[in-house]
Design a protein around this ligand. Structure first.
Ligand code: PLP
Length: 375
């Protein structure tokens, strides 16, 4: 199978897997144990934590290890809002967020919070003027993802940091899950930031939440008080050490990979742009191409490509606040038929020119095969 679904998950680096296995064998101890082996494990954990903070340019932050970005997003939102309720009840967010943000915010509404959505520009970025107009004295929380998982738009995080400097009561959270190794964003000034190793060629089951001021966090699950009492539960040491390795490797090759994938992105776009019933979403992050086979269903296209040995993704219809159609594409004012026929092609560090050529041949074959369905 030729893999073009790297926004869903990535193949781990051999080194990240090797580290996971070695640490599992040699340091299987509990980092909370006070005997020497436990202390050695804890030392390794702190080294991994320090390395990740350093690599992210967030040395003054704390890092809490979690199991996934979903968990990191939940902790950031639920923990903060519990504390902030006394200060106000309005939350601002983009219309492009992942369900691990949207559905948590929807749940927070039941606790009396109001969620307001920031308008989206044509290129998939948030409208900063609209954000500014929404910032009143009741706003306590703003959450905007760094890089969108459906079309790859990159948000103006640094501008939002500057804007929010005038609103000290507001907590700013960024879901950076898709952005690691894909952008040069500087997160200094963001209050909490989520990441997940399996999106940058690390292993599954380990993520992180960067926290600017630990004193502001409240646990959402109670237990032994691990991870600064923010996330109780025995720490996944092999995952943490392996994540630091994957992060170092990803950032080390980021520029070269981005340039290569940008060329592939252009090549795919050029190859289909003359086809009458194909619609291309605007180009954003180099690794994602989102296109629609107008008149067809995305899943039919995905299956037809799958039969040809190519794995892409539908632009999934997730249960959402708006409809069963994809929210990101709705926010961009796409017609229903464009949303229904949409597929996401997401490349990664392993993607080769040969893979891209095979994908292009298959896309054109499927287009021919669909024939009159397309209109
Ligand atoms: N946020 C974004 C933008 C994502 O793309 C994803 C995964 O698809 C997540 C959060 C959830 O990540 P995880 O699988 O680590 O829970």
């Amino acid at each position: 199978m030729i893999y073009f679904d790297n926004a869903a998950t990535t193949a781990p680096y051999k080194e990240a897997l090797g580290t996971y296995i070695t640490v599992s064998e040699k340091y299987f101890y509990n980092t909370a144990s006070i005997h020497q082996s436990g202390k050695d494990a804890a030392k390794l954990l702190e080294a991994a934590r320090a390395q990740i903070l350093d690599l992210m340019g967030l040395k003054t932050y704390d890092l809490v290890f979690t199991a996934s970005a979903t968990e990191s997003n939940n902790i950031a939102i639920q923990s903060m809002l519990r504390r902030k309720k006394q200060f106000g009840s309005t939350i601002l967010t983009s219309e492009l967020e992942h369900p691990s943000i949207v559905n948590v915010l929807e749940a927070m509404k039941k606790d009396g919070f109001t969620v307001k959505y920031i308008n989206t520009n044509e290129d998939g970025t948030v409208n900063l003027d609209h954000l500014k107009s929404l910032l009143d004295s009741d706003v306590v929380f703003v959450t905007v993802m760094a890089l969108n998982n459906i079309i790859g738009s990159i948000q103006p995080i640094e501008e939002i940091i500057r804007m929010l400097k005038d609103y000290p009561k507001v907590h700013f959270h960024v879901d950076a899950t898709q952005a690691i190794g894909k952008t040069d964003l500087n997160y200094n000034g963001v209050d909490t930031i989520s990441i997940s190793a399996h999106k940058f060629n690390g292993v599954k089951g380990i993520g992180g939440l960067f926290i600017r001021d630990l004193a502001t966090m409240r646990p959402i699950q109670y237990g032994g008080g691990h991870e600064y009492n923010v996330r109780s539960g025995t720490v996944n040491l092999p995952g943490a050490v392996s994540m630091s390795k994957a992060l170092r490797l990803t950032l080390g090759e980021a520029r070269e990979v981005k340039e290569r994938l940008s060329q592939f992105n252009e090549k795919i776009r050029t190859a289909v742009q003359d086809l009458e019933f194909i619609y291309l979403q605007p180009k954003a992050a180099s690794y994602i191409v989102n296109m629609s086979f107008i008149g067809a269903k995305g899943e039919v296209v995905v299956n037809a490509l799958s039969k040809r040995g190519i794995a892409v993704s539908t632009t999934s219809a997730c249960a959402s606040k708006l409809a069963t159609l994809n929210e990101t594409l709705l926010a961009l004012n796409n017609e229903d038929k464009i949303i229904e026929g949409s597929i996401r092609i997401s490349m990664g560090r392993h993607t080769t020119e040969d893979d891209v050529n095979k994908l292009i041949t298959a896309l054109r074959e499927v287009y021919e095969e669909l024939g009159d369905v397309l209109k």
